[in-house]
Design a protein around this ligand. Structure first.
Ligand code: IFM
Length: 460
């Protein structure tokens, strides 16, 4: 068992961001183009017509942001590395200035007593790799493993906890089936092939990192409990569960894709796609599992036009006929049902299914943030209630036996929320889009109190 995962008697805390959502400076220091640069430049893809070229300007304001992390008193900071900063074309040539930025980030964290938790891929695929076919082609998985080795060779002396991918479901199914995320394709067969190559990429990268001596390599999945609204919806719920949860857990835990999934996704049974030995590469390849949870999926069938929240696009579940999502109130600004019980159930089930140590790598909420305290800061009591309820759910799951090591809040800063642009804010810290001023919200102070209390409990 890795000595590097948080393992104290109490839950450890952290905060997270992702490169494209906060860094900006998308042409600085030799960075190449990513699929998100290309996608967001296409009219109609991002609700406010924005992109990540400025975002939170974290590339330029690194120290300020690291001070905000330190001010929270958390033990861990989860960030992602932008592949196109490190390999501008996705293969071959390495850009030293890109690596130097992450040196500064990691060294800055360590100097502040915060452990880095690095995610190698949070959706910003180098555009030349998409031009060569993207995740639906096998070569992308192989290039990803090369990139993972480059990063690990450079930072592995200081970064001990690694995640390969963030939410491959979004990359595969929002990106290649629903067309709501980059690269914006609507081709279900390509999405299933992408799903396999993403997990193959994870497995190949994990092997490289293990060979190089790492013992805390994980993958981060956006899993959710899937609840049928009525008996007639059970088949559709099983289909959603296949494409959202089992397509990743099957190869990871069992070394196979199950038969109901194969019926929906015949590409996953095609020996040209899933080659001999692929599933063995993925099987057992994770030392820990990251769980990103926001909401349960309430599944129904019908012929109405009602839709669920953001990202709950029925076209992201190809082959699940008549699918409808029915989130119940209260919902967040994303239209996502607030239900901490879903997290408790999920953690208990996933811990039993995988036997792995778990980290809640993302949890948080977008709200309107329109209530102000006297000093002008955001008084986001709704976000505090959301976070508190979900942390209590994690504690209940731990009491029930789930080995959950840490809870990482999404997210440190209000940032670029993908297809929603800057219209949805999840941050503990407000970022003024005109001058980049950072102002902690009430939730930042609340979370800091919790993390500090926890820190004292462990140290005393
Ligand atoms: O902002 C995203 C993040 O990049 C991935 N998980 C979900 C978050 C909220 O939508």
């Amino acid at each position: 068992m890795s000595a590097h995962l948080p393992a104290g008697p109490a839950l450890a805390y952290g905060a997270a961001t992702a490169a494209y959502q906060v860094e900006g400076s998308t042409t600085a220091d030799g960075r190449g183009a990513s699929i998100w640069d290309t996608f967001s430049a296409r009219p109609g893809t991002i609700v406010d017509g924005s992109d990540g070229s400025v975002a939170c300007a974290s590339y330029e304001r690194l120290d300020e942001d690291l001070d905000l992390v330190a001010g929270l008193g958390v033990g861990h900071y989860r960030f992602s590395l932008a592949w196109p900063r490190i390999q501008p074309t996705g293969a071959g040539q390495v850009e030293a200035r890109g690596l130097a930025y992450y040196d500064r980030l990691v060294d800055g964290l360590l100097a502040r007593g915060v452990a880095p938790m690095a995610t190698l891929y949070h959706w910003d695929l180098p555009q030349p790799l998409e031009d060569a076919g993207g995740w639906p082609v096998r070569g992308t998985a192989e290039r990803f493993a090369d990139y993972a080795s480059i990063v690990h060779d450079h930072l592995g002396d200081r970064v001990k906890v690694w995640a390969t991918l963030n939410e491959p479901w979004c990359s595969a199914y929002l990106g290649y089936a629903a067309g709501k995320h980059a690269p914006g394709r609507r081709d279900p067969a390509a999405a299933h092939r992408a799903a396999h190559h993403l997990m193959l990429g994870h497995g190949l990268a994990a092997s490289r990192l293990h060979e190089a001596g790492s013992d805390a390599v994980g993958v981060v999945l956006n899993l959710a409990p899937v609840w049928p609204e009525r008996p007639e919806a059970e088949g559709a719920a099983h289909g959603v569960d296949a494409i959202l949860n089992r397509v990743w857990l099957g190869p990871l835990v069992d070394g196979s894709y199950d038969s109901a999934l194969l019926a929906l996704a015949p590409e996953l049974g095609d020996p040209e796609v899933v080659r001999d030995g692929d599933l063995e590469v993925v099987h057992g390849s994770a030392d820990w599992l990251g769980v990103n949870y926001y909401t349960p999926m309430r599944v129904d069938v019908g012929d109405d036009t009602e839709t669920g929240g953001v990202g709950q696009d029925t076209s992201a579940y190809p082959g699940v006929d008549g699918l409808r999502f029915r989130p119940r109130p209260p919902v967040t600004a994303m239209g996502w049902e607030v239900e901490p019980r879903g997290l408790e159930e999920l953690l208990v089930d996933v811990a039993a299914r995988t036997g792995l140590p778990l980290v809640v790598t993302e949890n948080g909420a977008a709200y309107a943030d329109d209530v102000r305290a006297e000093d002008g800061s955001v008084a986001d009591d709704d976000r505090v209630t959301y976070l508190r309820g979900h942390i209590e759910a994690v504690e209940r799951a731990r009491t029930a036996g789930a080995d959950v090591r840490a809870y990482i809040a999404w997210t440190l800063l209000d940032n670029f929320e993908w297809a929603e642009g800057y219209t949805k804010t999840f941050g503990l810290v407000e970022v003024d889009k005109t001058d980049q001023t950072r102002t902690p919200k009430a939730s930042y102070h609340w979370f800091a109190q919790l993390a500090h209390a926890d820190f004292l409990r462990i140290k005393v």
